[in-house]
Write a protein of this length. Sequence first.
Length: 179
Amino acid sequence: MELGEPPTEQRTERGRLDVVLDKYGEVFTELIEIVETGGLDQLTANQKVAIWQRFETFRNRLPLIDHNLIADAEATDLAGSYCSSTLTRFLVQVLQLSPTEAAKRVRAAAAVGPRKSMLGEKLEPVLPRLAALQRAGMVTPAKVQIVERAMHKLSRPGLHPDDVETAEQLLTDYAPLLG
């Protein structure tokens, strides 16, 4: 049995997530086949750029799944269940990510991912404007990281909250525009 694989008696039970992931895998495989077998050949330059931009929007939204998986893992101490001392180490172990990549994902999820109060109430992300841009697919994961790191530095004691909010507004206004 592989890490994270359910016991044999549970493998026949398929939840909604399993079904949707199967569909996603099939559609993604079909997309690869279309592109690899000349699906771009008859398109104009403008059409190719439009396809590329649509695909990039999908790519930019993929971390939304990570953010929810990370939030759930933290809430349920999934790392501890697998004898990992931190969620970052758990991601390195289970997904074979580099420690740097795992840490980036955990930080991004903390900044723009879902949150809950101690009473279980849904809270707004720490950086709600940035989270909205990512949900719309308008910023890359790298841009999320840049804005998150800048906001982390600005969110220290002694800085006025209005100034911090203005900084987030400026950074998120320009994040989709700047390279």
